[in-house]
Design a protein around this ligand. Sequence first.
Ligand code: TRP
Length: 455
Amino acid sequence: MKQYKMTEKNNNRAHFATRIGAVATAAGSAVGLGNIWRFPYETGTHGGGAFIFLYIMFIMLIGVPVLCAEFIMGRQARANEIDTFRKLAPGQKWYLAGYLGLAASIMILSFYSVVAGWTMEYFYMSVTGALSVNADRLHEMFGCFVSDFWRPLLWTLIFLGLNLLVIIRGVQKGIERISNILMPMMLILLIVFCINSLLLPNAAEGLSFMFKPDFSKTDSSTLLSAMGQAFFSLSIGLGCMMTYGSYFSPTTRLGRCAATTALLDTAIAILAGVIIFPAVFSYGISPQAGPTLVFETLPAIFINMKGGYLWASAFFALLFLASITSTISMSEITIAYLTEKKNMSRKKACCVVIGTACVLASLCSLSFGPLSSATVCGLTVFNLFDYVASNLLLPIGGLIIAIFAGWRLDRRIVEKQMSNDGLHSVKLLKPLRFCLRYIAPAGILLILLNSIGII
Ligand code: TRP
């Protein structure tokens, strides 16, 4: 009876309807603030071309293999993250990695929502024309805004509320539909911006900064940041893509889906760079402005353009849309766990996840103002969450996934999932296994040791 119930439940499990849906949702998760906000500023602070070269290497050698591993495990087990480990390695402790993923996803969801909230404020200011001031004033405005009590907090909560509306409608209706509409829209907008930036007077200088690698300035921090960025940008390490993989249809080709996702993700990051750097050089702004690059510099650039605040509005709308598809994927890990493991209704699970995130995100938001002196080990709540989740939990999770898929998982399962039960021949199976067994674990261990300061 129990057995029967389980199968029945499995058959009724939500899944994505089409292959395009699978790619669009995976790419929707991968493309986000990580590409459009984090990638350009990391590239800027790490010297341009060399960073981009390394980033692409890491995407190919670690990112795509781990992404495949998550898809393989997810679709093989067709369960939430914790049951995935339990089913694939019964009676062993691997599933504990799942709890790590759940904790990390809520933490990332919390601080990510704060930055997404800022994009909403900036969208609002662009539309109302409040951004049409000079660069110094923009800098001041940003400082005032983030340290305020209510404004950033309210936007963060509104952002999480919108998330709730989307995820509550379910996997197919909510996530798939929104991804199918938003992804192509985003690409079109980015290409328009690119053309615009390429027509700026110092575009060539910006492009040579991005595409002429100067390895003389490359040090271990460049290497490790590039690897960290590859990880964060592909949404790997938390079981996020594992959960999405569990919704894939049996005909989805995992290798292709992983490659397309990585390609789109990288292309969008590079497009964002091509938008930003020509403009940065044309307006004499430092490419090393850091995390504030988007929020302080870009409005200044847009305002100097014809139809300025239309550009600014479109850009921040885009950033907001990219963020919401990413936060949906972060929420989905815990929702799948709560509905399947704790027998909660989807509605209730969504409320629990977003409710928890609201509390934690509020703390993150307030840590720029009223709570700025509440620190743990010298880090504010926002920085602590970012540090613990991105630098510690993400690499640990990725390491476990790579080792699990490379060493523990039966190679026949890998073959079966990659070839859709022998239906297609898979040429890159050997290199995939090699990356999962050796290259990814070694590489990730390096990031990990670096982030806790051992090397
Ligand atoms: N990859 C997304 C971005 O670039 C963020 C993201 C979504 C993420 N889901 C994740 C990062 C899971 C790490 C783990 O913005």
